[in-house]
Design a protein around this ligand. Structure first.
Ligand SMILES: [Zn+2]
Length: 133
């Protein structure tokens, strides 16, 4: 029987993601700081969800936070959802892809202007697409 649901089974997620991506996106894990090649990505382009390809962040909003994770001060409108995360004994705002629900990282209120927000993302949850010349 054919299903129309875009929802993949857990086995399908595991098959299409690396173990690290699976841990971050599906189990709310956190990659090792400084481990993502996207920390060094300074080209113009678009950061997409590694699971579903939804455009999430523009390179123009990326900044050096010094945290060891790719950081942005603004996102594409409607691209992500948030929820309260009270694990690790602190209250944080968890950020996930609005389309597929994959966990991306957290947002903190100590970012630069103009938004004052810092979207601290796991690089392995993102795919970078350089702007076409
Ligand atoms: Zn997604």
């Amino acid at each position: 029987m054919e299903t129309k649901s875009p929802e993949k089974s857990d086995a399908e997620w595991r098959a299409s993601l690396s173990p690290e991506q699976y841990s971050v996106l599906r189990e709310h894990g956190t990659e090792r700081p400084g481990s993502s090649p996207l920390n060094e990505e300074h080209r113009e382009g678009l950061f997409r969800c590694a699971i579903c390809g939804e455009p999430l962040f523009d390179s123009a909003t990326k900044f050096e936070s010094g945290s060891g994770w790719p950081s942005f001060y603004a996102l594409k409108p409607g691209a992500v959802g948030t929820s309260e995360d009270t694990s690790h004994y602190t209250r944080r705002t968890e950020v996930h892809c609005a389309k597929c629900g994959g966990h991306l990282g957290h947002v903190f209120p100590d970012g630069p202007r103009p938004t004052g927000e810092r979207y601290c993302m796991n690089g392995c949850a993102l795919d970078f697409e350089p702007k076409a010349k």
